[in-house]
Design a protein. Sequence first.
Length: 277
Amino acid sequence: MSSLTDIEKRYLERILGMGSGYVLGYSDATYAEFFSRHNIEIHSSRYQRYGTSKAKKMRAFWEVESDSIVAPVLSEMLASYEANCELEGREVDRGILDKTKEIVSRIGGGVHSSPTATDSEDDFLNLDFKIPNLHKLPIEHQVINIVEARLNEARRALRAGAYLSVIFMCGSVLEGVLLGVAHRNPEKFNRASTSPRTADDKVKQFHDWTLSQLIDVACDIKFLKPDVKTFSHGLRDFRNYIHPYQQLISGFTPDEHTAMVCFQVLKAALASLAGER
């Protein structure tokens, strides 16, 4: 279950307009479509413990799922709230919105209770990660040449200022490598408490896992270090940004700093998986 407190839930219910049983302006169909982008079947019996309204399913979602699953859903919903206000000419409730963003940041790993050497992205960028010997990665050797080619393309894109392309390259490499690692370690990945599940509570097939889910599970079972999870927010939903409308809704506009963090996350992850970190 998520770590949302009762007070935090009250703030979220206020901003999402859940008092009347609805959530923002979603119909049953658009609600299902929204959650399907996060590989969640919100209308399944899994989320009907309190009832069948959209608000009650949201409350059950908060109870059933972990912070790592709840946070990206809420983040996108807050972006939808802002977009709705702008498109409908309504004033944004800035105080409540800022508070709910802090809540999402907390459960998503953006806020830490105690300082560490890599509390900030700048600290993380200053760490010296090298691309490891790719032949040490626990993946099929036939894939290594493709991984190497995409790493080189990501470097070229970064030098050229093609920051969105950097994120696509880094996301695809990390997703592919983690998928290969999962296939070589199925028992560990399937038994993790954070493994994504279907509506009938079975662990999903690996090809249905998102990059975000692969990262969370790999960190949970110690294949990756916590800093990869903490600073991977720019990569987690990289597939969504392929679609211009989804990029518009999310408000995601990557700059050089974001691209550099994503490339650093990839290097850190590869170093861990190759046993060089």
